[in-house]
Design a protein around this ligand. Structure first.
Ligand code: GRF
Length: 209
């Protein structure tokens, strides 16, 4: 069977992209990274792709009349590359419906909180800390037209410690992100994730692991 082709959208340092690259290279994720797309020419994520001979493309929003045109251009490239799953790994743009509708339940995102808590912003870890929750974590979910509100695929909990700073908490959440995102991609590649209304049903791998 042909491998799932994934397109990764990343705007920043790309540690989640790196986790995916590593998992593909070890065979833990049976998929191929067809392309990495960034809206930021200086994103470290682009260097990571280059180091692993993964095609990467910069598509900057200022080069287009607006958000819709920018994202339609990204969607066009992903289609050209035969991408079957779009992975948002620190992509700093809110997706427009014109993008999401082209890949129904074929776009996933990683968010650094246990959704629906601390949705929507860029500072979920700081919000968790200042709210005083004792447990936070990360969520991989399908992206729909509503921000951070699509069906949840996987979540991992991370305790908030009394002496946590935003940095220490973010680092512990990130460790979990690096496990959760590749796992979600593998489950999707195996056909083990079904969407049932608001929920997903994750069936175990046919290989029994
Ligand atoms: C992560 O915290 C992720 O949860 C959020 O953006 C950050 C990306 O980090 N969506 P990195 O670029 O993958 O290191």
């Amino acid at each position: 069977m042909a491998k799932l082709r994934i397109g990764v959208l990343a705007s920043g340092r790309g540690t989640n992209l790196q986790a995916i690259i590593d998992a593909v290279e070890t065979g833990e994720v049976e998929a191929e990274i067809a392309v990495v797309v960034s809206n930021r020419p200086r994103a470290l994520a682009l260097q990571r792709a280059m180091c692993h001979n993964i095609p990467s493309v910069v598509i900057r929003q200022p080069d287009y009349p607006g958000r819709v045109e920018h994202q339609v251009a990204i969607a066009g490239l992903l289609r050209e590359k035969g991408v079957g799953l779009v992975v948002l790994a620190g992509f700093d743009r809110i997706l427009v419906p014109e993008f999401v509708r082209q890949f129904p339940f074929r776009v996933i995102n990683i968010h650094p909180s246990l959704l629906p808590a601390f949705a929507g912003g860029l500072h979920a870890q700081a919000e968790a800390l200042s709210y005083g929750v004792k447990v936070t974590g990360c969520t991989v979910h399908f992206s729909t037209e509503e921000v951070d509100a699509g069906p949840i695929i996987l979540q991992a909990a991370v305790p908030v410690l009394d002496d946590d700073t935003v940095e220490s908490l973010s680092a512990r959440i990130l460790e979990q992100e690096h496990k959760l995102l590749p796992l979600a991609i593998q489950l999707i590649a195996e056909g083990a994730v079904e969407v049932a209304g608001r929920r997903t049903i994750v069936t175990r791998s046919q290989r029994g692991d």
